[in-house]
Ligand binder design. Sequence first.
Ligand SMILES: [Ca+2]
Ligand SMILES: [Ca+2]
Ligand SMILES: [Ca+2]
Ligand SMILES: [Ca+2]
Length: 411
Amino acid sequence: MNVSFVSVTHVLRCKDRINRWFRNNLDFPGEKTNHIKKIVGIGVTYLFLGLLMTSVATAGELKLQWDQNNEKDLAGYKVYQRKYNKYYNYLVPVWDGEDNFCTISDLEEGEGYCFVVRAYNLSGVVSKDSNEVCYQPDDPQITDTSSKKPKIEFGSTSVNHKWQRVVLTKDFTDPVVVANGLTLNGADPSVIRIRNVNSNGFDIRVQEYPYLNGYHTFEKISYLVMERGCYELADGTLLEAGTFQTNKTTAFDTIYYEQPFNDVPVVLTSTISFNELDAVTGRLHGITRDRFQYKLQEQELNKTGHNATESVAYIAWETSSGIIDGMLYEIGVKSNSVTHNPKNIHTRQSFNGKPEVIADMQTCNGNDPATIRFGNIEKSVVEVQVYEERSADNEIWHKAESVGYIFFDSL
Ligand SMILES: [Ca+2]
Ligand SMILES: [Ca+2]
Ligand SMILES: [Ca+2]
Ligand SMILES: [Ca+2]
């Protein structure tokens, strides 16, 4: 006899409706990649969590509710609790009963807690864990981003092969820097390298692939800086800025967002460390509402030859347009149509001048190392192409990729 369960629709969000934070915990010991979607279990929704969160600080009490099971032999549910950085003790449920809701009390003030639910039937068969819900009252990183609007700084800089420092004018705590896509002033295939990102700014340069001479003329690079965190804009658009580390060069690494998105977001990335000196860039693949895949690539001659682990920044942002933090912006995707030939992407927004642009391939249909280059940038149209290098051969043809982009400009 089985207790069968409806697969969970992931409803956890970064914060609830009264602006307190929740998140599904990605660093659950031993199950780092066993994310919500993979767990078949009862849905623990956060439906009523929000209503009583205000009592947590004073009375140390939380309410949980989850989807009900329909099996005739269902006997009940067990709720397990752990402190934020601790493991579950599955021998001792914190609650056991037949209802599909419960109140957990005696929580320590200021302490973070996570919960999962298991169902069991009359024969004692127990389900797998539900998705996990966590409550964390005092995470400073999370608290910092509790306003709906992210802190953003944007601009462009003219850079050649020498490091240049970009000093931030706003007061960031943990800035996430993304700059992807070079203009085409110098024809030699190149990547953008970033290092030393801190609250004061970051270093940036153009780096040619090793088979070239290394000297590169000045290119214009647009950058976007966002305080780390996940956000929901007034119109419901979700976005997130974060970082991860990877040394994957053949298989892709899988990166889960902190929050699930309502729509598949556009993901823009930058390598932000300089641990290995060889020119390297990253390729995206398999972007969904809760994860994306990423790998590092050197030049074709040795494209899996990047041995060091590098840090990578990403900004994931649902397709949208509007005004945010003094910035007029537009996020979009040119689907499966950008090749080695220049392709025009027209803006939907009306920008005052030539917009800044950051773009990243969202697919890896062609596996030859390549970067995004911008030809002509006009007020309402940007010329984009996928630009391969010639370390192994002269062939630079590239299969059509989906290219995600952000256009932005000051008001
Ligand atoms: Ca050169
Ligand atoms: Ca290398
Ligand atoms: Ca080639
Ligand atoms: Ca090719």
